[in-house]
Design a protein around this ligand. Structure first.
Ligand SMILES: [Zn+2]
Length: 132
């Protein structure tokens, strides 16, 4: 089952792997390839810290736990949508903009990532508390 999720997302992962060659470092974290450190995306006008493509997270600086939790939600979205995510995400942005919202803030996939990563963040904070 896990292999199927990787296979289904693999076209996007492959795209991410190609782009990761332009980053300073690559490592595996939580079953995902993380690439860190690149200036060229900012020069091209990229305004965000990270983007997820399948099982590949590209981060212009250094990934932190909060950002990783957010990107892991996008990984799960790619596992569900597979290569269709490469079309569904821009369509969700266009739909948000056409209906008067913001292309990023009101994108369904971003709203889901914010909601679920905040929930997992509170869970991890909970587990960091010393036992009572
Ligand atoms: Zn996001």
């Amino acid at each position: 089952m896990r292999l199927l999720r990787y296979l289904w997302a693999s076209p996007a992962t492959l795209l991410g792997l190609c782009l990761s060659l332009g980053f300073d470092r690559r490592f595996v974290l939580r079953g995902v390839i993380v690439a860190e450190g690149a200036r060229w995306p900012r020069r091209l006008g990229w305004r965000y810290r990270a983007i997820t493509l399948g099982h590949c997270v590209l981060c212009v600086d250094e990934i932190d736990p909060e950002l990783m939790a957010h990107e892991m939600v996008h990984v799960r979205q790619f596992e569900r949508w597979g290569p269709l995510m490469l079309i569904a995400y821009p369509l969700a942005s266009a739909g948000a903009a056409v209906s008067g919202g913001h292309h990023y803030d009101d994108n369904h996939f971003e709203a889901q990532a914010r909601a679920l990563s905040e929930r997992s963040g509170s869970d991890s904070r909970e587990s960091e508390r010393p036992p009572a």
